[in-house]
Design a protein around this ligand. Structure first.
Ligand SMILES: NC(=O)c1ccc[n+]([C@@H]2O[C@H](COP(=O)([O-])OP(=O)(O)OC[C@H]3O[C@@H](n4cnc5c(N)ncnc54)[C@H](O)[C@@H]3O)[C@@H](O)[C@H]2O)c1
Length: 391
């Protein structure tokens, strides 16, 4: 077994120098959204923060102490009316995303929307129509994809290691996290959304990212004792099996009322079993663990005897960048990575992922999971894609 701990380019950070074409970002919702403001200020060159909006004057006051030079308002339309806002970044409660996205498109803005993109079928149809009409771009802030080990895991497959993306045969992803603190901070999390969207959006996005379009899901769900105590709207414990269009398979698990055992199982993990090797990415211990790349024998198979286990441990080297120098912390690095990535894609006119259509498709997979757990039978995804106008 070998260990690698060096993370290139992730030293302690200071205010980033901006590119002359850097795009202006206005952030809506200044709790988790403040993490983005901080990430943009210290880590990004292709985007700069210009405005912040929240219904709460306290949230604005707290943000103003850190960033006094931004434009602030409790009125979303006032932020949307500004010429220096090129991208609106939305971090409001899940049920408001569709309204906020639609209004941003109508104001001629590009959009970053945190996960989950939406949590209702009519909302999915509405944002798809508004996005197509406006011609503006939307990026879904699937933060997990932009965390160091998950980036490394993906890059390895994209360059063809372990049999490449097409060689992934089984995906096993989970997000488990005890959420009593979250219900106390944000009561909407218990009664205005469903954990299949709020939490399961992480592992379901990972499964869909690796397997491609999903044909069918079969889910079971349950309300934990803690979830029942907070009167959660949907299930907060969930297991799902997925079959992709091409027959490959995956599973996802979520539990939001559990007692965590992070040393044994990090809160988000993605395990990939491919024809040429296996890999595991872990949030938030920041480890990427994988078999050696191996050598192909003449019949195209891999010789397991030549593989070693490699642990790429980025926790201490990457903590300055990802966690703002704590050992574990908020999403500074991931949010900055995706804002930079989307800004660069807009400036260069290049492809990016996940965009509006991919985000709506992933929403449909989540809704299929919700329905499957409700009726106790497998659910096909295709009819939902038709219902929202994707097919
Ligand atoms: N890993 C991640 O990417 C990640 C992590 C945490 C939360 N999130 C997502 O971010 C979103 C916000 O989560 P949070 O934990 O910050 O919630 P929160 O309840 O702490 O904060 C939401 C903020 O939005 C403001 N707000 C509500 N309605 C508004 C409106 N109409 N106009 C302006 N401001 C409004 C509230 O005043 C509040 O400050 C959720 O969709 C959540 O799923 C994503």
């Amino acid at each position: 077994m070998s260990f690698i701990t060096h993370v290139p380019g992730t030293q302690p950070v200071s205010p980033a120098i901006k590119h002359p074409k850097a795009l202006g970002v206005g952030v809506l919702g200044l709790h988790e959204g403040r993490t983005l403001l901080f990430g943009i200020n210290t880590r990004c060159t292709m985007v700069r923060s210009v405005a912040g909006c929240d219904l709460s004057n306290e949230k604005i006051a707290a943000s103003r102490t850190e960033y006094p030079d931004l434009f602030y308002s409790t009125d979303y339309d006032a932020m949307l009316g500004r010429d220096d806002v090129d991208i609106v970044a939305i971090y409001t409660p899940d049920a408001h995303h569709a309204d906020h996205i639609t209004r941003a498109f109508e104001a001629g803005k590009h959009v970053i929307c945190t996960k989950p993109l939406v949590n209702r079928m009519e909302h999915a149809a509405r944002i798809l129509e508004a996005g197509r009409k406006s011609g503006k771009k939307l990026f879904v802030g699937q933060s997990t994809r932009f965390f160091e080990p998950f980036r490394r895991q993906r890059s390895a497959l994209e360059r063809g290691d372990f049999g490449g993306l097409a060689g992934v045969e089984l995906v096993d992803a989970h997000y488990i996290h005890r959420m009593d603190w979250y219900y106390r901070k944000s009561p909407w999390a218990a009664n205005e959304t469903d954990w299949v969207f709020l939490g399961m959006s992480h592992p379901i996005d990972l499964v869909r990212w690796y397997l491609g379009s999903i044909r069918q899901v079969h889910a079971v769900g349950f309300k934990s004792a803690m979830g029942r105590a907070f009167n959660v709207k949907g299930n907060d414990v969930c297991l799902v099996n997925f079959i992709a269009e091409d027959g490959r398979i995956g599973r996802a698990m979520g539990h939001y009322g559990c007692h965590e055992l992070p040393r044994a199982r990090n809160c988000i993990e993605c395990m990939l079993y491919g024809v040429g090797g296996s890999s595991l990415a872990r949030y938030h211990d920041m480890q990427y663990i994988h078999t050696g790349v191996g050598t192909r024998s003449t019949d195209g198979q891999f010789d397991a005897g030549e593989m070693e286990e490699v642990v790429e441990d980025c926790l201490y080297a990457g903590r300055h960048y990802y966690f703002n120098s704590e050992v574990h912390g908020m999403h500074y690095g991931e949010f900055a990575n995706y804002a930079e990535y989307f800004g660069l894609a807009l400036i260069n006119g290049s492809d990016y992922s996940p965009g509006l259509e991919e985000g709506v498709e992933t929403y449909c997979v989540m809704e299929a999971v919700r329905r499957s757990a409700e009726i106790g039978r497998p659910v096909d995804v295709e009819p939902l894609l038709k219902d929202v106008g994707l097919r």
